[in-house]
Design a protein around this ligand. Structure first.
Ligand code: ATP
Length: 407
């Protein structure tokens, strides 16, 4: 069996950005790595005013969720005291004695290697994968340094990729000035803006207390999804004149019960007499919305009935649902990280234009998906569809939303 090839990308990740993700993926290709461990450092001695370690960790987990081969690793975060790459590499050799280790760096970091703790020993512990990056050092100087380190036993490979022109420093400035950040994952931008990290203004102060709980209760993909839904809900709310703060809070908490075991959801529902509907009680896919609204109120402390209602109806819909309800329901279906499904592109296009039409199309899609899977459809969804169609007809439109999209 060939040796496992493990990449390591250490960084402050304040915040993690597309440059980090892009270099990890390109390094994986160049050196045929089996996986890349992404290691946030704990207390970087030379950097001040850094976001708390656990926030940088949660942003990393959200940003890498669903990207095959990228694995967040807490090794340096959980170590007490100063973090040295030398110790990390020794530890990883002990943990994976049969693996070859590849340490991924940007070209700017190559010039700093000489100052690392036990730098000459570090050279013998891994192969360096060097990613191109614009920096002030002239190419000739960089080449000379690489030669010098190679003579000392260092092994270097250039990663085959176009430079990605971004840094955490630039992104923090953009967040501070509320400028667009196309090279920051949406989930990370949302996290920073909610909590006021990496230069952003705090948008929802309560979220600082909610995030650890949400993170503990949800798996990585669900957590990333939640941040994506909060981002989309806010954008849709702005488009349709709905309260953006309420939309963002409802979206953030809409799946707070989703990863609980069904038995726990059932306990919450029966002890608090949330529903007697046996079809809801027997299905986590339906019950998490009702249990989630209860948790939002009693665990997270949200008292606004409009927010709680939006959480409770986000899966089935409800006849007479408010615009806020529609925004949350739709954001759940169109957030940027959503896996594709028939009609997704059209629902995404339609949602900023007409909540009713986009929601009709989504629910029609749900009906055919549930029916194809041979599962029972909850009557509330059909009733909502009927209500939406009547509402659209009275506004002057006849055909179903899905039909009118495809015409
Ligand atoms: P800052 O601007 O705060 O210094 P950064 O964007 O350089 O942050 P770090 O977390 O310090 O991010 O970087 C970790 C590693 O990733 C370093 O080796 C750095 O050189 C490399 N790196 C970061 N961004 C890029 C990029 N866009 N292209 C290539 N390498 C990068």
């Amino acid at each position: 069996m060939s040796k496992e090839r493990i990449g390591i990308l250490g960084g402050t990740f304040h915040p993690i950005h597309q440059g980090h993700l892009g270099m990890a993926l390109a390094a994986m290709d160049t050196a045929s790595l089996d996986r890349v461990l992404m290691l946030p450092d704990s207390v970087p001695p030379h950097k001040t005013n850094i976001a708390p370690a656990e926030d940088r960790w949660r942003m990393l987990v959200a940003a890498t969720a669903g990207i095959k081969g990228l694995e967040p690793c807490r090794l340096e975060l959980d170590r007490e005291g100063t973090t040295y790459t030398y110790d990390t590499l020794v530890h990883l050799h002990e943990a994976f004695p049969k693996a070859d280790l590849y340490y991924i760096i940007g070209a700017d970091t190559l010039m700093q290697l000489h100052s690392w703790h036990r730098s000459e020993e570090v050279l013998g512990l891994c192969t360096f994968l060097v990613c191109p990056r614009a920096c002030e050092t002239p190419a000739a100087e960089m080449g000379a340094e690489r030669k010098r380190l190679t003579a000392l036993g260092g092994r270097f490979l250039s990663v085959n990729m176009d430079p990605i022109n971004v840094s955490s420093t630039e992104l923090r400035s953009a967040l501070a000035e509320d400028r667009p950040t196309p090279l920051l994952p949406v989930t990370v931008r949302e996290y920073c803006s909610l909590l006021g990290l990496c230069g952003a203004q705090t948008r929802i102060p309560e979220a600082a207390a909610w995030m650890p709980r949400l993170f503990a209760d949800l798996n990585a993909r669900r957590y990333a999804h939640t941040l994506g839904v909060a981002h989309s809900a806010r954008a849709l709310a702005r488009n349709h004149g709905v309260d953006q703060r309420k939309a963002e809070i409802a979206a953030l908490l809409h799946d707070c019960a989703k990863c609980l075991p069904l038995k726990e959801m059932q306990r919450i529902a029966t002890e608090n007499q949330l529903t007697r509907d046996s079809s809801v009680l027997s299905s986590g896919a339906l019950l998490h919305a009702v249990a989630g609204a209860w948790m939002a109120e009693h665990v997270y402390g949200v008292s606004d009935p409009e927010i709680l209602h939006a959480i409770a109806v986000h899966t089935t819909g409800a006849p007479g649902m408010s615009k806020l309800d529609m925004v949350v329901c739709l954001a759940d279906k169109i957030e940027p990280g959503r896996e594709t499904y028939p009609l997704l592109a059209k629902v995404r296009m339609m949602a900023p234009l007409s909540l009713e039409r986009a929601l009709t199309a989504t629910l029609e899609g749900t009906v055919s998906y549930v029916e194809k899977g041979g599962k029972a459809l909850h009557p509330e969804t059909l009733q909502t569809l009927e209500w939406l169609r009547k509402k659209t007809e009275s506004n002057g439109g006849g055909a179903s939303a899905a039909e009118s999209f495809t015409k």
